[in-house]
Design a protein around this ligand. Structure first.
Ligand SMILES: N[C@@H](CCC(=O)N[C@@H](CS)C(=O)NCC(=O)O)C(=O)O
Length: 320
């Protein structure tokens, strides 16, 4: 199913414009409903469908929490092709790619078709992740930071006790998690994009300097510590992991974040990264380096017009 309305000013990345000062500003997500017992969107098994890209760090947060909480049977997932093009994210029916799926609900061709089905006049960005409600036929939420909170708590009384009691946003640590999330989001998660999409030397240098100052700060926080906040795995680790695992394979080269690499410049962050990846299956199972590298190098012709995907680094992540 394809829609007729021309939305290429949104989907076509070659029409993408930075701000007048050369800086990149991310637009807020627009579908912000919550799944709640007794609410319009109740936590029902099989009711919601999650659309993701393995390439996308924001989407991967939701896959990690879905698996950690054992929600695989509750929420089905479809994975788009990593080759984002003039129509945005394509499904496998129009871009067959290993590991990509077709849309089982509507046989949509692109993610934009789902947005326009939910809201024909939608003018926001056609992003993943998006959580679709099969009952009301709309998007419940397209903001990863909120989707992971939904998964963290709202299905707890329907899943086994060992999974229900896992809490990645525990009450006692919320203040510390919120404060770390705030600067990590601005300067690291989004900081790599601000560096890569900057349109002037000055905007790039401002972003890349702030990014590495925050990596230095994270390196100190992880000195003698296994996790960022307290001594347990929290959403602060999950939110940071998805950026750090992409750092050496993509952001160092493609987004010019090359003051240092994680593997050579940050021993504590590097140990934390490999510990999560190699010892907690939810991190490794949801990490697809082929989709990650292909997406970035293929999908931003303004940064890489040849679409050539670099071979290294080898290996993409070092052993423990
Ligand atoms: N705030 C959103 C950001 C999601 C996002 O920007 N996803 C990117 C992929 S990494 C996307 O789908 N971009 C398509 C576009 O902007 O056209 C979230 O965290 O869920």
């Amino acid at each position: 199913m394809s829609t007729t309305r021309d939305v290429s000013h949104i989907t076509d990345i070659s029409k993408f414009k930075v701000e007048a000062d050369g800086s990149y500003k991310r637009k807020p997500s627009l579908f912000r409903n919550h799944i709640k017992k007794g609410g319009e969107y109740a936590p029902e098994k099989g009711r919601y469908h999650l659309y993701v890209s393995y390439a996308c760090p924001w989407a991967t947060r939701t896959l990690i929490v879905r698996q950690l909480k054992g929600l695989e049977d509750f929420i089905d997932v479809s994975v788009v092709s990593p080759r984002m093009s003039a129509h945005g994210w394509p499904f496998a029916n129009v871009d067959a790619y290993p590991g990509a799926d077709s849309d089982p609900l509507f046989n949509a061709e692109h993610v934009k078709d789902l947005y326009l089905r939910a809201s024909p006049e939608y003018e926001g960005r056609f992003t993943v992740p998006l959580l679709w409600d099969k009952k009301t036929n709309t998007i419940v939420n397209n903001e990863s930071s909120e989707i992971i909170r939904i998964f963290n708590t709202e299905f707890n009384d329907q899943i086994p006790e060992d999974k229900a009691k896992l809490d990645f946003y525990p009450e006692a640590l919320r203040g510390e998690i919120d404060s770390i999330n705030e600067w990590v989001y601005d300067t690291v998660n989004n900081g790599v994009y601000k560096s890569g999409f900057a349109g002037t030397q000055e905007a790039y240098e401002t972003a890349v300097t702030a990014l590495f100052a925050s990596l230095d700060r994270l390196e100190k926080i992880l000195e003698g510590k296994e996790y960022l906040v307290g001594s347990v795995l929290t959403e602060a680790d999950i939110r940071l992991f998805v950026t750090i695992v992409r750092f050496d394979p993509v952001y160092v080269g493609h987004f010019k974040c090359n003051i240092r690499t994680i593997r050579n410049g940050y021993p504590n962050l590097h140990a934390w990264l490999r510990r999560l990846y190699w010892t907690v299956p939810a991190f490794k199972d949801t990490c697809n380096f082929d989709h990650i590298k292909t997406h970035y190098y293929w999908s931003h012709p303004q940064l890489n017009p040849s679409k050539i995907v670099p071979v290294g680094p080898i290996p993409h992540i070092l052993p423990l």
